[in-house]
Ligand binder design. Structure first.
Ligand code: AMP
Ligand code: MG
Length: 352
């Protein structure tokens, strides 16, 4: 069952401007029209905003790659209304994919399965597998159901930039490159879905995300593996493009030093303009630096879920301020922080 759509706020609109849709229903109807014509619509999901096109229309999907500046070698996740739509796109539907989807969809986990004949080459970057997810957001679900088509939708940002978690981030990053933005409010999860490869046994996590390995193991009733080596550190070909070393990076150089207070003190002494993301605002070391010239301390939540929910918005915000450096405290090296650590480590990589 689809949940009811949220109300949208009425605003006073200048008489000369084009009428905006009056209700969420109208907005969805307009988005369906754009998608049927092969256009691009940014959509809210619970993870990050996606840039959607009809997954079965090669030309439309090519538009996604152009708008993002995304290399053709990087496949897209296809968003579906339910398991039935997922199965219609898969060449086979492994029991592990079924277990994960049954337990967690709609939700922040993507299953990689053998590709079916309906899926165009451009979506899978020519590969023999396809990535599928059913997003947990009322607007996205209603849109897919009413359009009656699967939607290819990578994150709605220029390639390698920080993913958007509000409609404003999409507007700032892709603005006039796309046809429509559906504003569904800030994303609840704030980081990209967990991606699990169900074509291998045991299944393998290709990208850590909001759902943990424990969650997945409980659903499949058996082991789920991590990739052997960290992103970009092994000689193996990049199986999942989300594992490219540099990704999700702000324009301002970002560091995650082992001793952040010492590093911040050093940068402040050099006269740099610093944004420091830290959860330890009561720590004496942090307090002694507070008030330093050119230092902005940004308090971060102590729970990994809340941290994930806020991190991209903070990076987008700090990127507007013309800072020399963003410093982030390294999160604990524990399982619940794995996805956040993964994203920050990529953001901190120096371009190769
Ligand atoms: P994004 O561009 O942020 O939506 O990320 C899409 C991610 O989906 C990629 O980075 C990959 O990790 C993953 N992906 C999509 N299709 C496949 C596939 N066929 N096999 C493995 N990973 C995939
Ligand atoms: Mg992305």
């Amino acid at each position: 069952m689809l949940r009811p759509l949220p109300d949208i706020l009425r605003i006073d609109w200048p008489p000369t401007a084009a009428e905006p849709p009056r209700t969420a229903e109208d907005a969805v109807a307009r988005a369906v029209e754009v998608l049927r014509q092969g256009g691009l619509v940014a959509i809210p999901t619970e993870t990050v905003y996606g840039l959607a096109a009809n997954a079965l229309d090669e030309e439309a999907v090519a538009g996604i790659f152009r708008a993002k500046g995304r290399p053709a070698s990087n496949p897209l996740i296809v968003h579906v209304a339910d398991i039935a739509m997922a199965r219609s796109l898969a060449g086979a539907w492994p029991a592990t994919a079924d277990a994960v989807a049954t337990r967690f969809w709609p939700g922040p986990v993507t299953v990689v399965v053998p590709r079916g004949p309906r899926v165009p080459d451009i979506v899978t970057a020519g590969g023999s597998t396809v990535a599928l997810r059913c997003p947990d957001h009322p607007l996205a679900r209603r849109l897919i159901a009413e359009a009656g088509m699967p939607l290819a939708a990578p994150s709605a940002n220029r390639s390698e930039a920080v993913s958007p978690t509000t409609a404003h981030h999409v507007l700032a990053g892709l603005g006039n490159r796309i046809d429509l933005i559906l504003d569904g409010g800030p994303c609840r999860r704030g980081i990209e879905s967990t991606v699990v490869d169900c074509t291998v046994s045991p299944p393998r996590i290709l990208r850590p995300g909001p759902l943990s390995r424990d969650d997945l193991e409980a659903a499949v009733g058996g082991p789920v593996e991590w990739p052997a080596a960290a992103a970009g550190d092994s000689g193996e070909p990049v199986r999942s493009p989300g594992r490219q070393a540099r990704h999700y990076a702000p324009k301002t150089p970002l560091e995650m030093p082992v001793e952040p207070a010492r590093r911040v003190a050093q940068l402040v002494a050099e006269g740099r303009r610093i944004g420091w993301l830290t959860s330890r605002t009561d720590d004496p070391q942090v307090r002694s630096l507070a008030g330093s010239r050119n230092l902005m301390i940004v308090p971060m939540p102590e729970s990994p879920d809340e941290f994930a929910c806020r991190i991209y918005a903070m990076l987008h915000g700090l990127d507007q301020r013309g800072l020399d450096r963003i410093v982030v405290d390294p999160p604990p090296d524990t399982e619940p922080w794995r996805a956040v650590r993964d994203r920050l480590a990529r953001a901190a990589r120096v371009p190769e």
